[in-house]
Ligand binder design. Structure first.
Ligand code: FAD
Ligand code: NAP
Length: 575
């Protein structure tokens, strides 16, 4: 496997480092090399705390996509620019430690067979120019490897009726919320998910009419987390208000042509169990006159079981959000208008479980309705479950031209050697330490050559599962960094190796010349930033010419590059 590499040198490199000497000590020591796989919040916070803690640490980031920052770029909604300002903290990590941090974007890490089956689940990865490096080789070359690669797949409902029995193909118009989010955020593998204005597809692999909003009147979003509310809000907005954001240009056009009239956000449990937060719910109430948020009082009453009341008691955030829902329900009672494409409704419904998809009467290849059944809450407070009301089944048939499943992101293993928790869909770890010797699939040859089984770590959504805001990754990263630091210290005790060791990249470059040649550095990312800023100015001028420019300010931060090839080309261009 490592024929081109000097095995002894790899083994030397794989020994954990001597690091107990303080800065005051005059004896020089070698650097600690750490590879971080993934550049989302968890990866950047891990780097920050490692670099702050140990001046002898050098960090190399490996990122599959051509642009770093993970879900901050491809998850956070375009109308939440204040959240994206966290990227300045990430930029500081690179800029303030330019001699200790390197970025290799456009380079994936993992076993090729797993990467090709995982990559861009729901997306079009046919033309990705990405090269990959095996995790085992990274581990043999760096002192420690931190997996911070997040969740690039999703939990799906697989509802009855979602496959057309005649063709055996999935009905069109049923997509994960993750696909929709990636699409409006300009993720290079999801740009194909819409039809052009004349109804033709932008790519042969595009599911027909996936996000052809000009033919969509009724959207149902299943799930009641913040991702569901993000999707509902983006669909409900007056698109002019999105012009000053970094939404993908094709998505903005599609939203301008949108015929969407109703958006239903469906929860299988009650309003007390909804996992969205008050800020996001309140935002839905501020879209008038373009959209009105509706809640039914009878559904709030149904959800207020004794157990639910216990869940609210002494819980200030829950009390406040329940009060807001009651206020919305009160106002909804007087809503009598008929929704239109310029006066939409966003109905937040509770205690309804999606059961079956029914094809459209006009186009049997496409979803037309969603059958839902009334549920009741059963079980103890904080563990209440949604159970279908069996005594007298209550069924509703919701019109549905587009069904977005917002029921959670999901991580996937990138290497056969990773010990995997198949229930939680996360890597197995203890305080961020990943022990591959416990993996049923572990590569015994590679592991036999290693002395630092503790040299593999996990952080972020891969470690905890797909929940938590950006800030949650701070404590998560501190936990993992603390494990790394104590392992380094333990391994370094009594060792006073004073030699500078070979750069891991020099070793790996011999085996993966194309990956490093095609990689995108932090400096090259700044070229992408400049190009996107320039395109934003051009876009704002064109909107200004139409006189109507929406949004709170007219300072569009960037017009995202959405083609992988363009990003690589521009990043590698001479100027
Ligand atoms: P990610 O951010 O997903 O980063 C993982 C990185 O790893 C990605 O860059 C990915 O390309 C890379 N990667 C994947 N596979 C490989 C591989 N094989 N090799 C190399 N690199 C790889 N939180 C807030 O506080 N405010 C918000 O407004 C907000 N909005 C959100 C909106 C959405 C739609 C979602 C899904 C989440 C949102 N969050 C928000 C939560 C926040 O984004 C997450 O907590 C955070 O991004 C998780 O960080 P992470 O580093 O674990 O994963
Ligand atoms: P989430 O908060 O876990 O919500 C998932 C939703 O899916 C829940 O309502 C869940 O209902 C529902 N669900 C799961 N399985 C279901 C099924 N089989 N049938 C019907 N419903 C089902 O996850 P998320 O919305 O993907 O968000 C992920 C994380 O990112 C969260 O921590 C979120 O706060 C964060 N985020 C933050 C922001 C922001 O700050 N603005 C924006 C987006 C995301 P049950 O509760 O009944 O299981």
């Amino acid at each position: 496997m490592f024929t081109r590499l000097d095995r002894n040198s790899l083994l030397r490199r794989s020994r954990l480092v001597t690091a107990t000497l303080s800065l005051k000590n005059a004896v020089p020591r070698r650097n600690v090399s750490i590879a971080i796989v993934g550049t989302g919040p968890s990866g950047f916070y891990t780097a920050k705390y490692l670099l702050d803690a140990r001046p002898d640490t050098k960090v190399d980031f490996y990122e599959r996509l051509p642009y770093p920052t993970g879900l901050v770029r491809y998850g956070v909604a375009p109308d939440h620019p204040e959240v994206k300002s966290v990227t300045s903290t990430f930029a500081d990590v690179c800029n303030n430690h330019s001699d200790r941090v390197r970025l290799f974007a456009n380079v994936a890490v993992g076993d090729p067979d797993l990467l090709s089956s995982n990559s861009a689940v729901g997306g079009d990865s046919s033309s990705d120019p990405v090269e990959s490096i095996r995790l085992e080789e990274l581990r043999q070359t760096y002192d420690a490897v931190v997996l911070a690669y997040g969740a690039s797949s999703d939990h799906r409902l697989n509802l009855s009726g979602s496959v057309n029995p005649d063709t055996g193909k999935p009905l069109q118009g049923i997509l994960s919320a993750r696909s929709f989010v990636n699409w409006y955020n300009g993720h290079p593998e999801f740009t194909h998910l819409h039809a052009t204005n004349d109804g033709h597809q932008t790519s042969k692999s595009a599911p027909s009419y996936a996000f052809d909003l000009s033919r969509t009147k009724h959207v149902v979003v299943v799930g009641q987390g913040n991702v569901a509310l993000d999707c509902a809000r983006i669909l409900a907005h007056d698109p002019h208000t999105l012009e000053s954001t970094d939404i993908a240009d094709y998505a903005l056009k599609a939203l301008h042509n949108s015929r969407v009239e109703t958006i239903t956000v469906l929860g299988r449990r009650g309003h007390v169990q909804a996992s969205f937060t008050i800020k996001e719910l309140r935002e839905l109430t501020t879209l008038a006159p373009h959209a009105t948020c509706l809640i039914r009082k009878d559904e709030l009453d149904l959800g207020l079981t004794v157990a639910s009341q216990q869940e609210v008691t002494n819980n200030r955030p829950k009390t406040r959000i329940v009060e807001l829902m009651q206020k919305i329900a009160q106002q909804s009672a007087s809503y009598t208008s008929t929704p239109t494409a310029t006066s939409r409704t966003v109905a937040v419904r509770f205690l309804l479980s999606p059961q079956q998809v029914v094809p459209s009467e006009i186009d049997s290849q496409r979803v037309g309705r969603l059958i839902v059944q009334r549920t009741v809450l059963t079980g103890e407070a904080f563990h209440q479950k949604a159970t279908i009301k069996k005594d007298a089944i209550e069924e509703e048939s919701l019109p549905c031209d587009l069904l977005l499943e917002a029921v959670g992101y999901r991580s996937q293993p990138i290497a056969h050697s990773l010990p995997w928790d198949h229930n939680a869909h996360t890597v197995q770890h203890v305080n961020g330490r990943v022990d591959t010797s416990t993996s049923a699939n572990h590569n015994s040859t590679a592991d036999a050559n290693k002395s630092n089984v503790g040299g593999l770590y996990a952080v972020g959504w891969l470690k905890r599962g797909p929940s938590g805001i950006i800030g949650t990754n701070i404590t998560c990263a501190k936990d993992t960094v603390s494990s790394i630091l104590s392992d380094l210290q333990a391994a370094g005790q009594g060792n006073s190796d004073s030699k500078e060791t070979e750069d891991p990249v020099h070793i790996l470059q011999q085996r993966y010349p194309r990956a490093y040649k095609n990689s995108i550095s932090w400096l090259q990312v700044q070229k992408l930033d400049q190009e996107e800023a320039h395109r934003a100015q051009v876009a704002m001028l064109s909107y200004a010419n139409r006189e109507k420019v929406g949004g709170e300010n007219h300072n569009k931060p960037r017009e995202k590059l959405t083609s992988w090839q363009d990003m690589v080309r521009i990043a590698h261009s001479a100027n």
